[in-house]
Design a protein around this ligand. Structure first.
Ligand code: ADP
Length: 492
């Protein structure tokens, strides 16, 4: 769950509070240990990879400070040199708990508060932390909280979504594939009563659940889903989600339509959370910095925080529009274009800024002239870039190259082309991408979560402009996605 945003974040924390080193740890729910997520250290040579896990109960000044900070939910300062894992760091060391807070979803609920990690800062220039530093560290740790729980929340959301759908069959399956618990609906769906204590292999109809569990266990994120047909020929959606203890929660949902809607909502919520986290975090930091009195050297940081927040808010607008348009497509409506005359290269630069951190772990090779003027729906064309680039990054290893080519063709078309060095697409699947909503290749299911709507939208947007989408791919080598779009739209 390592995130580049966290790296950047830790860098900024050290810069703002002026320390030689900073580290952000997540707190493992099951093992109660600190797992380093991002580390910056100018002099001690500590990196995330060299730093081991820190046991909260292990004794030692740092562990003790962490323990106190977590239980008091406040900062603790160690005034002498101390060890973090095997590394010696210079004082003063500030340990700030990272507390995640969520407003209650229902009015009668309590607000949720959970310690999710720790921010450690060491060797402050000037030698003392003051009230302003505590306040900044606390606000910043709130930002980190959002980033740290993002992954956990996904897990949580999925489980919750499964529980809130009725009618639903639920069962919990042990690592040895025996059913630990099951509700009545699960017995109805599987046609087996009782389920508890039975092994999946012995009750499975056509190996469907065996496949489902295997997929979840083989996947990176511990999730899998498939269409399940019961003995009495009813269709369900079955999904499996692994817990920390490697048990699997299996959920059956009855209506495929409501499942699609739910997946879409989940996906949208997930997509919107990232820009919103950045916007909120940046604004909070600026607020705290202003409260402490603006120093001339803060000016640049504040400026940067504001421009990132603005870029991310325009991204949110576009993602919301995209979602509304996908629902319109679902409802059988045509896409409406708002055509304007614009420079495609500017549009590319905009999406590159918006995607910022998302593409940092890949090499980008951009081959484009300075200007290609076209008539088209700017926001929707940006979505084409967005979807191609997100997929290129999602379905290829970090460090590989993503090539973006923009060029004009002889027949007055413009090509938007993205090539990756990723997993590729089997020949017989190429045909289905962007045509069948929800279609995902088997290769990609092992790689990353997705719901198979982005390409449907991209194809529709391309075709609504009178263009066409082309895909070329070799399994294991990579893929090229291309939208060919006429430069001019005929007036109708
Ligand atoms: P998803 O949310 O699943 O990524 P998309 O509609 O964007 O949905 O893509 C549909 C499917 O096409 C993906 O699930 C994946 O199987 C395949 N795909 C899309 N882009 C790529 C790519 N660059 N490399 C390999 N497979 C891809």
């Amino acid at each position: 769950m390592r995130s580049i945003i966290l790296d950047r974040f830790v860098q900024k924390v050290a810069q703002i509070i002026q320390t030689e080193g900073a580290a952000c740890f997540s707190l493992g729910v099951a093992d109660n240990r600190l797992h380093p997520q991002a580390v910056i250290s100018r002099r001690d040579g500590i990196t995330r990879d060299s730093l081991g896990h820190v046991d909260v109960d292990s004794g030692g000044a740092f562990s003790a400070a962490v323990s106190t900070a977590l239980s008091q939910r406040g900062p603790v300062v160690i005034d002498e040199a101390t060890r973090i894992d095997d590394f010696k760091v210079n004082p003063p060391v500030l340990v700030m708990p990272i507390i995640w807070e969520r407003e209650p979803l229902e009015s009668e609920e309590e607000p949720v508060q959970r310690a999710v990690g720790v921010l450690a800062l060491w060797e402050k220039r000037g030698g003392r932390y003051d009230e302003d530093d505590y306040k900044l560290a606390e606000t910043l740790s709130g930002q980190a909280a959002a980033l740290l729980v993002e992954e956990q929340l996904d897990e949580f959301d999925d489980i919750q979504a499964a529980f809130s759908t009725v009618p639903v069959g639920l069962m919990l399956v042990a690592p040895d594939n025996s059913v630990l618990v099951a509700n009545a609906a699960a017995m109805l769906v599987t046609g087996v009563d009782p389920l508890q204590g039975r092994r999946i292999e012995n009750i499975d109809y056509g190996n469907q659940l065996t496949d489902l569990l295997k997929q979840a266990r083989d996947s990176n994120d511990g999730n899998s889903a498939l269409a399940y047909v019961s003995r009495d020929n009813e269709s369900y959606s079955a999904s499996a989600q692994l817990t920390q203890e490697k048990q699997a929660i299996v959920a059956f949902t009855q209506s495929p339509f409501s499942t699609a809607a739910e997946e879409l909502t989940g996906q949208v919520a997930h997509e919107l959370r990232t820009p919103l986290t950045v916007i909120q975090g940046n604004l909070q930091t600026i607020e705290v910095m202003i409260e402490g009195g603006i120093h001339p050297e803060d000016q640049d940081i504040i400026q940067e925080f504001i421009s990132t927040a603005l870029i991310q808010s325009s991204r949110m607008f576009r993602l919301i529009a995209e979602t509304l348009n996908i629902s319109r497509i679902h409802a059988g409506k045509e896409l409406e274009l708002e055509v304007e005359h614009f420079n495609l290269i500017d549009a590319l630069n905009q999406i590159l800024e918006e995607l910022g951190d998302y593409l940092l772990s890949h090499e980008l090779d951009i081959q484009a002239p300075d200007e290609i003027m076209i008539d088209g729906d700017r926001a929707k064309i940006i979505s084409i870039f967005d979807n191609y680039l997100k997929n290129a990054a999602k379905y290829s290893d970090t460090g590989t190259t993503i090539t973006i080519r923009l060029y004009e063709t002889d027949d007055d078309m413009v090509a938007i082309e993205v090539t990756d060095q990723g997993i590729g697409i089997p020949l017989d699947s190429i045909e289905k991408i962007g045509k069948e909503a929800g279609f995902r290749t088997d290769l990609s299911k092992k790689q990353a979560g997705g719901i198979g709507l982005g390409m449907v939208y991209t194809r529709r947007v391309t075709e609504a402009h009178g263009g066409r989408m082309e895909i070329e791919s070799t399994v294991g080598e990579g893929s090229t996605f291309r939208s060919l779009i006429p430069k001019h739209q005929s007036d109708e």
